[in-house]
Write a protein that binds this ligand. Structure first.
Ligand SMILES: Cc1cc2nc3c(=O)[nH]c(=O)nc-3n(C[C@H](O)[C@H](O)[C@H](O)COP(=O)(O)OP(=O)(O)OC[C@H]3O[C@@H](n4cnc5c(N)ncnc54)[C@H](O)[C@@H]3O)c2cc1C
Length: 480
């Protein structure tokens, strides 16, 4: 049910979950199934509001391309209020530096797929005659967690939903949390429980712990790398291509789910999702990656399209001619990529000394820079696809110059995927939570969401976040 202002502070919950995005809602629903009493604390309301969103303002230092109040949503349902829904679990080799492995999350993929209402089909097939490349499958979810679950929460017997309730401080002693100090519609309240789970998203999880680390209560281990090893998925157009569509379709068209109109190009473009194989990644010492080869459907035919393709791969040479014929050139194919960025200690979230939120607490400051390995990964993968197209005479790529020119700045977007900051590991020297997502040094505080990923491959993170929440629910059910 929804808790209004008449909340009785004497109520003692089994679990407090802070944050009603996919991480928090999934966990709350699973604990409800086991009849545990849950307080789900959500800073925003049922709908978007600019007033709530303002609390998300932060500071960026370095290369991070997105504003912190745009790349997430502070409302019930969390950031899925405007997510894209692309989904694919991580590859087995993405878990190399995790304390758990893919096999520990696989048991939850079927249920996670049901939650986001997609087929549990994330297949891959090798490129014909290639050991280095494969075609992979994504599914696209249309679920918005806010819309899907609001009525369930309203009618729930076991979940008390606190809207417009901002977690301010965590209280307790000797490693044991006992009370969450919150501001509910401007009024201070304390909510008590046996366990606390922080599920406030990939920036806020770090910020909340950093704010509470400053207090003297010793609720968790000191000197952990809170906020550190924060990373994203760089996203960039990598080039244009001339492609013999008929041949490439005969090579690459499979019964896998291929994106259509992925980049809202206004055409019915078919997209092949191409990834390097594990051996190729190892041999070339690169990161994981996905390259989308978008074949645009075009209206005009024949020589005009051929000419457009030529212009696309030789734009400077053909600039003047282009003006004579058609100002708008749509090339036959574009290569985009979203790929892995490794977690690095110096890429981190710290507390800002410039941005103070409306409750008087420092906002987040993101310090972020991409390594040479990130750029080399994109280059090596594009070159490999280029070689394949030449070998089979299917097409030619004009890769973007930043990949080859060390002097040219490498400005990329980001996937809207905030990962790291409270990473999972075996030891508080280089991690923040253990393999059960419990904060090191704490008896009863847990963290859920992509902030716990020690590495994030190339795949969109939300299905993995949900798998982790399902696993956490199972773990908590045994210890409450
Ligand atoms: C434009 C865009 C497109 C995306 N597309 C995809 C995609 O295609 N595929 C994919 O997998 N992922 C995508 N994502 C990422 C996806 O939305 C996130 O991975 C996912 O929402 C994270 O879930 P979460 O529950 O950890 O955090 P969130 O969804 O961010 O939820 C956190 C919740 O915590 C609440 N909260 C924050 N602070 C407090 C506080 N102090 N007290 C109480 N509550 C608090 C917030 O209001 C929010 O409801 C996209 C994101 C964006 C922005």
């Amino acid at each position: 049910m929804i808790i209004k202002d008449s909340f009785l502070e004497e109520k003692y919950y089994d679990v407090i979950i802070v944050g009603a995005g996919p991480a928090g809602i999934t966990l709350a629903n699973k604990l409800e199934e086991k009849k545990f009493n849950v307080a789900l604390i959500e800073a925003g309301s049922e709908d978007f509001s600019a007033d709530s969103q303002e609390y998300y303002i932060g500071e960026n230092v370095g290369e991070f391309p997105q504003e912190t109040d745009v790349s997430r949503l502070r409302m019930f349902g969390g950031t899925t209020g405007h997510w894209g829904g692309s989904s694919r679990p991580l590859d087995a080799y993405d878990f190399n530096n995790w304390p758990i492995k893919k096999k520990n999350l696989d048991p939850y993929v079927e249920e996670a797929s049901k939650i986001i209402e997609v087929k549990n089909e994330f297949r891959e097939v090798p490129f014909p005659n290639s050991k280095n490349l494969k075609i992979i499958e994504f599914q696209v979810s249309r679920v918005r967690f806010g819309e899907k679950y609001f009525n369930d929460m309203k009618n729930s017997k076991y979940i008390d939903l606190f809207l417009n309730t901002n977690l301010l401080e965590i209280n307790g002693e000797n490693g044991k949390f006992n009370k969450a100090n919150c501001l509910m519609n401007g009024k201070k309240i304390n909510i008590s429980a046996k366990l606390l789970v922080i599920a406030t998203g990939g920036i806020e999880n770090s910020r909340i712990l950093l704010l509470n680390e400053r207090k003297e209560q010793k609720l968790f281990a000191t000197k952990m790398p809170i906020g550190e090893y924060w990373y994203e998925h760089p996203f960039s157009e990598l080039g244009k291509a001339i492609i013999n569509e008929k041949i490439i379709n005969s090579y690459l068209r499979t019964d896998l789910n291929h994106f259509v109109n992925m980049y809202h190009t206004g055409d019915a473009s078919v997209t092949y999702s191409i990834a390097p194989t594990e051996n190729f990644i190892k041999d070339n010492q690169i990161l994981n990656s996905c390259i989308w080869l978008v074949l645009h459907k075009r209206t005009n035919k024949g020589w005009k399209n051929l000419l457009k393709d030529l212009f696309c791969i030789a734009p400077e040479l053909s600039n003047n001619m282009l003006k004579l014929i058609d100002r708008k050139v749509s090339c036959g194919a574009t290569l985009y990529s979203s790929w892995e960025q490794e977690g690095q200690k110096n890429n981190k979230i710290v507390l800002s000394d410039k941005i103070i939120d409306k409750n008087g607490y420092p906002g987040p400051k993101i310090i972020y820079k991409k390594s040479n390995l990130v750029k080399r990964t994109a280059k090596v993968c594009v070159e490999e696809i280029g070689k394949y197209l030449i070998d089979y005479n299917i097409g030619r790529i004009r890769a973007n110059s930043f990949l080859f020119d060390d002097e040219e700045s490498f400005i990329s977007g980001a996937g809207w995927h905030h990962m790291g900051g409270t990473i999972m590991g075996d030891n508080p020297k280089n991690a923040v939570v253990d393999k059960n997502l419990k904060l090191f040094g704490s008896k009863n505080i847990y963290v859920a969401g992509s902030s716990v990923f020690p590495s994030g491959g190339h795949a969109n993170p939300t299905i993995t976040i949900i798998q982790l929440s399902l696993r956490l629910a199972e773990h908590l059910s045994k210890i409450i």
